[in-house]
Design a protein around this ligand. Sequence first.
Ligand SMILES: C[S@@+](CC[C@H](N)C(=O)[O-])C[C@H]1O[C@@H](n2cnc3c(N)ncnc32)[C@H](O)[C@@H]1O
Length: 270
Amino acid sequence: MVKNDFRLADGAARIYEEQKVPALFGPLAVATVERMPPQDGDRILDLACGTGILARTLRQGASADTKITGADFNAGMLAMAAEVADPALGPIEWHEANVIDLPFADGAFNKLYCQQGFQYFPEEQAALREMHRVMELGGQLLMTIWRGDSALFEAVAQVLAEHFDQAMADKAMSPFRYGGRDSLIERIAAARFSDVLRDSLPMDKVIQNSHEAIELEITGSPVGADLTGVDTAHMQEIVAQCHAALDQYRQGNNLILRQTTDVYLATANA
Ligand SMILES: C[S@@+](CC[C@H](N)C(=O)[O-])C[C@H]1O[C@@H](n2cnc3c(N)ncnc32)[C@H](O)[C@@H]1O
């Protein structure tokens, strides 16, 4: 399976923060922090932090002596993260970095979270080795990776296939079609993690103002960069078709779309 990089068009980080974070990534961050809450004195890395919703959610529940760092290779996402973080809740350090070459010392962190980033990493074993390197022995890893069934992006993909081509449709679906699931537990263990566990977490994605929101969902995702030249009328037609295909999910003014994530927990060992 060819992986699609997570690169966004200019301005898409703000759309991501204003649309996707409240609709899904924010509630997912809350559920993730409940699975592995911060404790006094933790040194935490939020890897592939995007606009920093997980780091910010951790900061809210953490004491002053908990150190929180976010890292991502997308400068636009990090700029948005720094803009929206509330300094009154305590500091978060932001670093521009690729997962395969992290600018942190060996054993720098005792907790590492990676929310919906791993499926984009091109060299997974190198990424896991680097994640292990920056964790102290006994440190805890938590990763989430979507497990299919995005009704929203299935509808988007079908409409994009009709209007453009299958490659564009596949790109729209790629965040939800992680191809390495069958062997991932073994591969995490091979990178010197023990007690590797996987379970699933069902989430409801809530889309408000659905016409406007569907367009923002598309433009704030990696496929948005391929649609920057599309004129307004054409985009409206795409959105209207997606909207019609999603009618079965309507509850009042909202669309409620179930989306399940896998959750991986592991301990860094020697
Ligand atoms: C779907 S977003 C998730 C962002 C954030 N964790 C959240 O939950 O909102 C995926 C993120 O992975 C980052 N990413 C993808 N490949 C990366 C890499 N090789 N190194 C660092 N970050 C990467 C992207 O820049 C993007 O911000």
